[in-house]
Design a binder for this molecule. Sequence first.
Ligand code: MG
Length: 327
Amino acid sequence: MPLTEFSLIDRFFAAQAARRGDVAVGIGDDAAVLDVPAGQQLVVAADTLVAGVHYPADAAAEDIGHKALAVNLSDLAAMGARPAWATLALTLPDADATWLEGFARGFFALAERSGVSLVGGDTTRGPHAVITVQILGFVPQGAALLRTGARPGERIYVSGNLGDAALALQLLAGAITAPADARMWIEARLHRPEPRLALGERLRGLASAAIDVSDGLLADLGHILDGSAVGATLWVDRLPRSAAFLSTVPDLQSPAWYELPLAGGDDYELCFTAAPAHAPALAALADELGIALTPIGEIEAEPGLRCRRDDGRGYQPARRGYEHFGG
Ligand SMILES: [Mg+2]
């Protein structure tokens, strides 16, 4: 039966919102009242997904619910923060109960797994679906990972693999084909990104700067370089690619080989910088968490981003995710 009253949506979400002990007042009053632990700083981010722009209008509701929260959690991971609370603002053309149920399933499954309580929100009627999630979390005073801390001589790392989500878009568009199991795995990387929350927290004290890779490595690393007023060399043959990526794009001559990991976007991995002295601690952390942490370049004093092949030749990316390329 379709829900016609938008107030029903509020109740639908309120009923499922688990309550952390630090939520003094949650959904149901004019605003939430939240206890911030002593010695911690509040870290806040928000992200909006627009139907037909940030996800296909016919994407599975459960995947949309997951992703709407995941992209926000990824921003907190990049700050080294631990998430605590979320708010949700939903604009929908109609109140479709089946869609809402799926959306809530995806959203709350990830929220629960991440220790996040939904503490407020709003629902409105509008011409397109627009989903805004705000996430709030903590870091110990002064411990947040910023974009401004990279220094010459440090190494650039990236977690996990790059290029899978962009490859999924190519598969969905029919531009590339893949075996069924590889295709399923690759599409899950697009629809179900896994925010690197445990890694982000553990990088406090190890990483000098960090960002999550949402717009593509070139663009996001570019933000660190700009923020830190440094440059870098990036070794494009060392970019980590998943087994499914390798089996789908076997040809090094294919434009996808370099371009998807460099500029594809939607990876939600962490890109960070660290002093060479931290290399053993990072290797141990990678083992402990079961997440690859791959050194992919070096921070340099000379401004600009220089992409190089392992044989030393320069590589000029086709897509300008980042506009400040050097020699
Ligand atoms: Mg980000």
